[in-house]
Design a binder for this molecule. Structure first.
Ligand SMILES: N[C@@H](CCC(=O)N[C@@H](CS)C(=O)NCC(=O)O)C(=O)O
Length: 215
């Protein structure tokens, strides 16, 4: 298996964690990324496979796939053990929805912070946009806090939803939207998920990559 990956790519990080959780060996192809130019120029293989020109891209024999959610589903079908989705069909559907919510509902708010805090120097940032994004993130966390009142992980057992949310929450925190005592269950959940070796390894790798890009 070959994974085209960006050094700071949250979406690729989801796939790397799932591959490690399942013990699947893979070759990592790092695509160019810089703070000044983002993902420009794009890797030719990524452009050839993904019409959106984005990572992650996974190649497994004759199969080439893009979009982290679709890749995670393929990995589960191809390597069902250990499972990263609930077995029950209804719970599985709910869990898929949650995994997608991390990407499509929470991440856009985090992207507002990326645009302001990561790409702009202090002094040129739109503080109102930052405050609005932080408030939206805190409201989203309220929903997760309620969900965690009844279960240790977002879908009961550890799953792709925990992987996606852990990474998104980490990016938010690194950009100043910290997890606070207003969300104690979410804080405890964060510690539980971070204690998993594949997750800890990924978070350490992202921190190292961020330092390298900054230096
Ligand atoms: N929905 C996609 C999003 C992928 C995505 O946004 N990838 C970013 C890196 S994290 C990218 O390649 N950005 C370059 C671009 O959009 O041109 C997924 O889940 O894989």
């Amino acid at each position: 298996m070959k994974l085209y990956s960006g050094p700071l790519s949250l979406f690729t990080a989801k796939v790397r964690v799932a591959l490690d959780e399942k013990g699947i060996a893979y070759e990592l192809v790092s695509v160019p990324f810089s703070r000044a130019r983002g993902y420009d120029p794009k890797h030719p293989e990524v452009l050839a496979i993904n019409p959106k020109g984005q990572v992650p891209v996974l190649v497994d024999g004759p199969l080439a796939l893009f979009d982290s959610t679709i890749i995670l589903e393929y990995l589960e079908d191809r390597h069902p053990t250990p499972p990263l989705y609930p077995r029950d069909v209804v719970e599985r559907a709910r869990c898929r929805q949650l995994e997608a919510a991390a990407d499509e509902i929470l991440f856009p708010l985090v992207f507002e912070l990326i645009s302001e805090v990561f790409y702009k120097p202090a002094g040129e940032r739109d503080e109102q946009r930052i405050a609005r994004a932080r408030a939206g993130i805190a409201r989203h966390y309220d929903g997760l806090e309620r969900r965690l009142a009844e279960r240790p992980h977002l879908c009961g057992e550890y799953s792709v939803a925990d992987i996606g949310y852990l990474l998104t929450v980490t990016f938010a925190a690194n950009l100043g939207a910290l997890l606070t005592d207003a969300h104690p269950r979410l804080q405890a959940w964060y510690g539980r998920v971070l204690a998993r070796p594949p997750v800890a390894k990924e978070i350490a790798g992202l921190a190292g990559a961020a330092q390298q890009l900054a230096g």
